[in-house]
Design a binder for this molecule. Structure first.
Ligand SMILES: [Zn+2]
Ligand SMILES: [Zn+2]
Length: 210
């Protein structure tokens, strides 16, 4: 993947609400599943891997419901059902020997973008990235944790941006809890709509959205 595409895709995702990396991954995962089903259904290696993994994980297999190629889904899923029936017959739990291919792809994309972001520290491009990224909501907690895991030298602008973000979220959550107490209804009513729904924002931030 060349840097130019990373730049454009990240800029677009930063303009949307929510964690930019979750946005990119969810869009890419859809395209990936679509591409896989259309192109790889007759590919022996892919079918073998897919079968060993027992198909997609439960989160990603939900995406299959909305695909138009029912035949591809049927062909791939029949292999898996055969294995399940065999295991049921032996009264044995079926265990996957591989991982969900979309989860594997997701990890690859995460690494690609986190590395790109860490490297976008100087130069004109780097400045542009900093500008649009710090105007976004920033990463969810799982993606920020991953960023720290991927690189030992995360640029200061990225760490301070996220530290401030999470501290602010904590402060607003505490305020919400405090004003939810009996007798503080008038003060609660004066909270902004955003602050009244901070619990949703917090849940989204803690779980990530892909
Ligand atoms: Zn995220
Ligand atoms: Zn998955």
């Amino acid at each position: 993947m060349d840097k130019h595409i990373n730049f454009i895709e990240l800029e677009k995702a930063c303009a949307k609400s929510g964690c930019p990396l979750c946005t990119i991954i969810s869009e890419r995962a859809e395209r990936y599943i679509d591409g896989m089903l259309f192109e790889h259904v007759s590919d022996r290696v892919f079918r073998k891997e897919f079968r060993e993994a027992g198909g997609f994980c439960s989160a990603h297999s939900q995406k299959l419901d909305s695909f138009r190629d029912g035949l591809a889904v049927a062909i791939l899923s029949r292999d898996i059902l055969e294995d399940r029936i065999a295991a049921f017959g032996k009264r044995r739990a079926w265990k996957p020997k591989g991982r969900c291919p979309v989860c594997v792809e997701r990890e690859r994309i995460e690494k690609e973008y986190l590395t790109f972001l860490v490297q976008a520290d100087g130069g004109e491009n780097g400045k542009a990235v900093q500008q649009f990224f710090t105007a976004s909501e920033g990463f969810c907690a799982p993606h920020y944790a991953k960023l720290l895991e991927v690189s030992k030298s995360v640029p200061r602008w990225l760490t301070s941006f996220h530290e401030t973000k999470f501290e602010e979220l904590l402060r607003r959550t505490s305020r919400f809890i405090e004003l939810s107490a009996y007798g503080r209804g008038a003060e609660f009513a004066r909270l902004s709509e955003k602050d009244k729904l901070v619990w949703k924002e917090l849940a989204r931030n803690l779980r990530g959205g892909d």
